[in-house]
Design a protein around this ligand. Structure first.
Ligand code: HEC
Ligand code: HEC
Ligand code: HEC
Ligand code: HEC
Ligand code: HEC
Length: 338
């Protein structure tokens, strides 16, 4: 089967994709799982248009929250543009601006409009527009973009958030349980994520231990997920953890280590060497060695959206790329003799 579609916006290209015969189709949205351009279909009866501003004329607060969300800026934000610009591949637009108009990003109709109906888990009967019940839950409404393989390697997950969630102890809580907090009868459309201090505050648990080893001090952090329904960090492969440690008496003597999904790239493609994130179940241990003796050691665990080097090179302000996950101090235990 060949799918032909046109992507509008600055690119104005049409590409043909030979879809695999075994292609999995989302039963509710009728689109291939794993990303693809979205045709929302005809405008539902009862309204004039399906762009966010038109929906927002009646759903003012939803529109305001969405306008401040990462979905709104999915295509226009600087970190995406830095990766997109060199190649401008239409493939990227499938998830970052799937209805063609770059500045619209992931807009209302991407999640809510198909075949002349507004989709929602419940239909009130009070809306002027035609409606149809659809769960819009994580495995369906979110998975097509938040869980997918490398374009050239269908067996290697690039983002695995939904699979991680399925394997986590929070799998009874749908994505929106944490990412669309309730406000009255409605749910927030700001979609807080990896930059939201409230969400990050309880994302992971950390147990710290520091031991003196003669002329060195060894800090060991044992980390596990707490209020995160997937690995931390989840999502994009640029995300990483950074552990910083220092003797409390000499903060300038700090050391840093970083942990992320490490890949090797060769002519055959990408290969995952090691997944060093805090896993959705179990623990991740990270050690930092400090030269010299210390009584107390301070530590901080940060989540970076991209590599610190890249952020500095591009001039991206820290507040856009780094958030603190946890911090503390720990007393150094004397060396144990064997
Ligand atoms: C002319 C006003 C108007 C426009 C335009 C409008 N809506 Fe609605 N919508 C409503 C009203 C009124 C309700 C019912 C709210 C309630 O239950 O109190 C509603 C309900 C909904 C619901 C909940 C399901 C239901 O049927 O009760 C969703 C989802 C929704 N709208 C999405 C959208 C989207 C997406 C757009 C743009 C494509 C849109 N609406 C455009 C007035 C509008
Ligand atoms: C059409 C594709 C698409 C769909 C469907 C989609 N998302 Fe997203 N989402 C994105 C993209 C792309 C971004 C990244 C924006 C950026 O930072 O460039 C994003 C960002 C987010 C973020 C913010 C991440 C951060 O660190 O700020 C959260 C949270 C999120 N999505 C949750 C969800 C949930 C929950 C659903 C299902 C109800 C969903 N998304 C459906 C494409 C999608
Ligand atoms: C039990 C609560 C919980 C559930 C359920 C949950 N998340 Fe999260 N999510 C978090 C927390 C906490 C963070 C912040 C830590 C992090 O970034 O990993 C987060 C971060 C994210 C991010 C931003 C990652 C980054 O840093 O770039 C995305 C995207 C996301 N979640 C998507 C999803 C999707 C999609 C689902 C459903 C399949 C889901 N989440 C289910 C709690 C949850
Ligand atoms: C990334 C997907 C996504 C986008 C984009 C999105 N919504 Fe929603 N919306 C949802 C989900 C999921 C629910 C259902 C939450 C639930 O009931 O579990 C929802 C629910 C609603 C509801 C019902 C009331 C409520 O808050 O539960 C309205 C109205 C609505 N959305 C309007 C909009 C409008 C207007 C826009 C654009 C400005 C928009 N949505 C963009 C996913 C999305
Ligand atoms: C199948 C859907 C999908 C496709 C295709 C896709 N992305 Fe993404 N991308 C996402 C989602 C979802 C996120 C947000 C996850 C998170 O917050 O960690 C994201 C995040 C990103 C980010 C991080 C943005 C930020 O704000 O930090 C960059 C950069 C990025 N994508 C680049 C690309 C490029 C370049 C392409 C094309 C080669 C591409 N993406 C194709 C779904 C997709």
């Amino acid at each position: 089967m060949t799918l032909l579609f046109a992507l509008l916006g600055g690119l104005a290209v049409a590409i043909a994709t030979a879809a695999a015969q075994t292609e999995e189709v989302d039963p509710y949205l009728g689109i291939p799982v794993g990303g693809g351009p979205i045709d929302a279909g005809p405008v539902p009866a009862g309204i004039d248009a399906i762009d966010a501003a038109s929906c927002g004329a009646c759903h003012e607060q939803h529109a305001r929250e969405w306008a401040a969300s990462a979905h709104r800026t999915a295509f226009t934000n600087a970190i995406f543009q830095a990766e997109f610009e060199p190649h401008r591949r239409p493939y990227c637009q499938r998830c970052h601006a799937p209805r063609g108009e770059p500045s619209a990003g992931v807009d209302c109709a991407v999640c809510h409009v198909r075949d002349g109906a507004v989709l929602n888990p419940t239909i009130s009967g009070r809306a002027p527009h035609a409606g149809r019940v659809a769960p819009l839950d994580g495995t369906l409404a979110c998975a097509r973009c938040h869980d997918f393989a490398f374009e050239s390697q269908p067996d290697l997950g690039l983002q695995r958030t939904v699979q991680e969630w399925v394997g986590s102890r929070h799998h009874d809580t749908p994505c929106q349980g944490c990412h669309m907090p309730r406000r009255g009868r409605a749910r927030s459309h700001r979609f807080p994520g990896g930059l939201d201090p409230g969400l990050l505050e309880h994302a992971i648990r950390v147990e710290a231990r520091a031991v003196s080893e003669g002329s060195r001090t060894r800090l060991t952090l044992t980390m596990s997920t707490d209020a995160a329904g997937h690995a931390v960090p989840t999502g994009d492969i640029f995300r990483r953890l950074e552990v910083t440690a220092w003797p409390v008496a000499a903060p300038a003597r700090r050391e840093r280590v970083q942990r992320w999904r490490r890949f090797r790239v060769d002519r055959a493609g990408w290969h995952e060497r090691e997944d060093q994130r805090v896993p959705e179940t179990g623990e991740r241990t990270v050690e930092v060695i400090l030269d010299g003796v210390a009584d107390r050691v301070g530590y901080r665990v940060d989540l970076w959206r991209t590599s610190p080097l890249r952020a500095r090179h591009r001039g991206w302000p820290l507040r856009d790329v780094r958030r603190r996950l946890r911090a503390g101090t720990v007393r150094v235990e004397p060396a144990t003799r064997r």
